[in-house]
Design a binder for this molecule. Sequence first.
Ligand SMILES: [Zn+2]
Length: 346
Amino acid sequence: MQLTLETERERGLRLIDEATSVEALDAAVTAVMGRKSAFSEVQRGLGGLPAEDRRRLGLVVNEARDALRAAEASRREGLQRAGEATLLAADRVDMSLPGRRPRAGSLHPLTLVEDLIVDVFLRLGFRVAEGPEIEDDWHNFQALNIPLDHPARTMKDSLYVAIPGHPELLLRTETSAVQVRTMRSQPPPVYVIAPGRVYRRETPDATHLPVFHQVEGLVVDEGITFADLKGTLEAMAKELFGEGRRVRLGPAYFPFVEPGAEIGVSCFRCDGVGCRVCGNGWIELLGAGMVHPHVLENCGYDAERYTGFAFGMGIERVALLRYSIPDIRLLVEGDSRFLAQFGGAA
Ligand SMILES: [Zn+2]
């Protein structure tokens, strides 16, 4: 009997050790210590032994059972831990995997420049005025003292809109019509800035687009002089291109101003010495002048009592200069590699 116990103990420990699942472990324990096992048979046989043998073999039985139970408990714990690890591995969320970061958009360079310009004038006390992009001939040309034979009126420059019953509609060629609409809707004083989209019949190239943006300014009040115009534009030039910029005025003709001026800003690259950007040290930035008395009268203002100045410039031109963009078409191609460069710009 003792031999049987030793054999069974050895066999049980081996089976328990080899069990690779909880089910296999249960089967091994049943085989070695179950009711029908050799081990149980020995236990049952103890009762028929002499007292001395019973005590001695009883100790051996207890010892074998304790060893088997201990082995079983240890194996069971190991299997359960392994099972949990398997489940955890299946459910595992890999926190180290990099997330998919959504690409952040950014403001378009034209929007950045427009915001910048508008902000300068809001701080100077101007307000923003807006108007329709489809205009009639009177607002776009006649009210602005543009005679019938002015080249800007020809089909070459303007894009007309064919709407039956409205023969004189066109896509506005300047934002100047907003000035007219503003003056006709309110008495002086007027301090407005009018940013917006304008249209010309142009073939796109490195410096031209058929759709582009302008910002125009208009001031009408008592006692407004050319000095006010120069001072206002100098303040804007410093904001856009840096402190230390100077402006110069050269004579120019625009039908809606008298006198008219072409405004140049000292180059922000070479400070007026002359470089690849400017050529001769000056960058021609905008057209301006004192509002023509005819325009004031067309809008119902007393041209004897009020004077004013107006100016207009291309937002694209400022953007090209400010960000050193070599080709105006880059602004409309929608290439995200180009646009992403302006994420932190201002
Ligand atoms: Zn320069």
